[in-house]
Design a protein around this ligand. Structure first.
Ligand SMILES: Nc1ncnc2c1ncn2[C@@H]1O[C@H](COP(=O)(O)OP(=O)(O)O)[C@@H](O)[C@H]1O
Ligand SMILES: [Mg+2]
Length: 631
């Protein structure tokens, strides 16, 4: 029945519906966003983020000024204690303690104010920057070509726009404050310690090198694990998305058990990777805890010796215990942020990778214009392949005059939809040219091309909204009258007017409260509204509509299509009989070209197809005599 079907051609096994066993292609086609495996340096990632933060540099400058204030103030209390111990307390002068107490109290109040201020400001900046990043990412995705959407799973894109952005939110609004303020604090404390007593300072910081080594080691481990984690998350989302979209198939074939097992596997993987990150992190922070305790012990021991030997005072010892504790606090806090930051950076890496993917459908640098659009189409030795080495259109040359009404027929897989996609530049030719009114469509701006060519796909999408929203595509300038006129021509008016709220009838997501055929009628009406003069390509656009309605559409279209170039891809030959010209496609080639009667006389592929369908139709008509379908 389908000589074009490659798989059936090669494998006689009728159960084999998948790809041929020895396919040159990987089992799962890779998205370009995955193939793009380049590693980004942290510096590159921060530069990318900086691009989104830059507009808010004034707020950021203020945040950093506040941070330095906070650090300065937080260094004060231990110093005050030292002065109080070595001064009034040692001398037994209780009245002399007052000023120290007052300064202490005021500095703590100011600390509170500054901390609140910088956290609040930075949160704001972070959120604003993320709004921009999210917008940029979404707009970038909108610009991608069909190849990208064919190979990139929805789960992957959703995960980029949700989890990954979320991870960055943490980074920008919390982690950065913590990291920056702690870094500044550590530097400040180390400085102050050296100024007060360098020997004690060296003792307190003796454990620092070991800490650094541990940090570098665990940084890499945690980063690797978080990369894995996000891969698993994307798989998880992709799986759920596929299952939900394919729920009908899952339930029809009773595949729930398989789905459950598969989900279980992914679910466990999810947990394992997550736990692994936790484990790494726990080991890391335990090591740090231990090192801080050792550091403190060193200060106590050495400081005690120092007080006895006379190179340190008691006040210094007390303040040093506080300072070295405080110098470890930021390091511990940094380590707390560590996993978070590594995850955010690996999320940033994935976002950067997606932002690097460029559409292959490039708009021309200096677009050509068609002075007087008439709608002549020429395909000049066109070759197209989706995958290297597998030609889907093999050297197709067609000349269609302006205003011609052309029908395209051929078996499933012959390349009809691919041809339609070429005209709208969903894909670009591998070789040859596609011309409209003599202009290569790659020279036209995408916006112009969309005005010149309208494709009505076989399974059109309906958005969540009313029928009118879907006809207008949310363009409020389109009047009800325009909608009704187009809906009449497309035979959609009848069913719409019978709905409870007519044009205001709300559609469920994907239009699931309409029949397939009704969705097709709606899509046809939509195309008629939005492109009154363009070349119209109907890709089996009425294949799910009953014969009677299809005939009425043909009639309705007579008026609309007068003087308009149209390509009608159809399965039912009854609808192509009236065409000015019929193209018959077979295995990526146009094998016959002519009018109905001529092609019948030719007695080739078309004649065969026609006789087969005619025989079936004749039988069906005989069976259902008197039984008329009503829409
Ligand atoms: N997005 C795609 N990626 C890879 N191969 C594709 C894609 N779309 C179609 N094909 C292949 O191209 C061939 C022609 O498909 P198509 O143009 O849809 O045929 P038709 O519309 O005539 O049924 C088929 O063999 C199909 O496997
Ligand atoms: Mg098709």
């Amino acid at each position: 029945m389908n000589p074009q079907d490659k798989q059936n051609g090669k494998t006689p096994d009728p159960n084999n519906t998948g790809a041929p066993a020895k396919s040159p292609l990987p089992a799962k086609l890779q998205s370009e966003a995955d193939l793009n495996t380049e590693q980004f340096s942290d510096r590159y990632l921060f530069a990318m983020l900086a691009q989104f933060i830059r507009p808010y540099w004034r707020e950021l400058a203020l945040v950093f000024a506040m941070l330095i204030g906070v650090t300065g103030l937080s260094l004060l209390p231990p110093y005050l204690v030292q002065r109080a111990v070595d001064g009034p307390i040692t001398n037994g002068d209780m009245g002399g303690l007052w000023p120290y107490g007052m300064v202490y109290f005021v500095s703590i109040l100011m600390l509170f104010g500054l901390r609140f201020g910088h956290t609040y400001l930075l949160q704001n900046v972070g959120q604003k920057a993320l709004v921009n990043l999210r917008q940029a990412l979404f707009e970038h995705i909108l610009k991608q070509d069909m190849r990208f959407f064919n190979t990139t799973s929805v789960g992957q894109i959703v995960s980029r726009l949700s989890n990954d952005i979320e991870a960055l939110t943490e980074l920008l609004s919390t982690s950065i404050v913590i990291v920056a303020s702690n870094m500044v604090t550590v530097i400040g404390i180390v400085g102050v310690m050296f100024v007060i007593n360098w020997r004690l300072a060296l003792l307190g910081l003796a454990v620092m090198p070991i800490m650094s080594v541990a940090t570098i080691y665990f940084r890499r481990k945690i980063r690797d694990q978080s990369n894995r984690f996000h891969k698993v998350v994307a798989e998880y989302l992709t799986f759920i998305n596929e299952q939900l979209n394919g729920m009908l198939v899952v339930q029809l074939f009773g595949r729930q058990d398989v789905s459950r097992t598969e989900f279980d596997t992914i679910n466990r993987q999810y947990r394992d990777v997550h736990m692994n990150i936790r484990d790494q992190y726990t080991v890391y922070s335990s090591i740090l805890q231990m090192l801080t305790t050792i550091g403190l012990a060193l200060v106590l021991y050495g400081g005690g010796q120092g007080v006895l030997a006379g190179w340190a005072t008691l006040g210094m010892l007390i303040s040093f215990i506080q300072y070295s504790r405080r110098s470890f606090d930021p390091i511990l806090a940094l380590s707390e942020q560590f996993a978070q930051i590594q995850q955010a950076l690996s999320a940033g890496e994935r976002i950067a990778r997606m932002l690097r993917v460029e559409s292959k459908i490039l708009p021309p640098e200096s677009p050509a214009t068609i002075e007087h659009f008439r709608g002549a189409i020429r395909l000049d030795h066109v070759k197209l392949s989706y995958e290297p080495g597998m030609l889907v259109l093999r050297d197709v040359s067609i000349d269609i005059m302006a205003g011609q009404r052309v029908a395209i027929v051929g078996a499933t897989g012959a390349g009809k939809t691919s041809l339609a996609g070429l005209l709208a530049r969903f894909y670009d030719v591998n070789e040859g040219r596609v011309l409209i009114d003599g202009v290569d469509i790659r020279q036209l701006s995408i916006a112009d091309l969309r005005r010149y060519v309208t494709v009505v796909p076989q399974s059109p999408y309906c958005f969540n909204g009313t029928i009118a929203d879907n006809l207008r595509l949310f363009d409020e300038t389109i009047t009800l009258e325009q909608m009704v006129t187009s809906a009449r021509a497309a035979c959609a008016a009848r069913f719409i007017e019978r709905l409870p709220q007519g044009y205001d009838y709300p559609l469920l997501p994907g239009g699931s409260n309409l029949s397939q055929g009704q969705r097709q009628l709606l899509a046809l009406a939509r195309a008629l509204i939005h492109s009154p003069n363009s070349i119209l390509v109907l890709d089996e656009a009425t294949s799910n509509v009953d014969t009677e309605t299809e005939e009425m559409i043909q009639e309705g279209l007579q008026e609309v299509l007068r003087n308009r170039t149209s390509l009608i891809i159809a399965h039912r030959l009854s609808t192509v009989r009236e065409a000015d010209r019929i193209l018959v496609m077979q295995r990526g080639k146009v094998v016959e070209d002519g009018m109905h009667d001529d092609l019948l006389k030719l007695d080739g592929v078309y004649a065969q197809l026609y006789r087969r369908q005619f025989a079936q139709m004749g039988m069906a008509e005989a069976e259902s005599k008197g039984e008329r379908l009503e829409m």
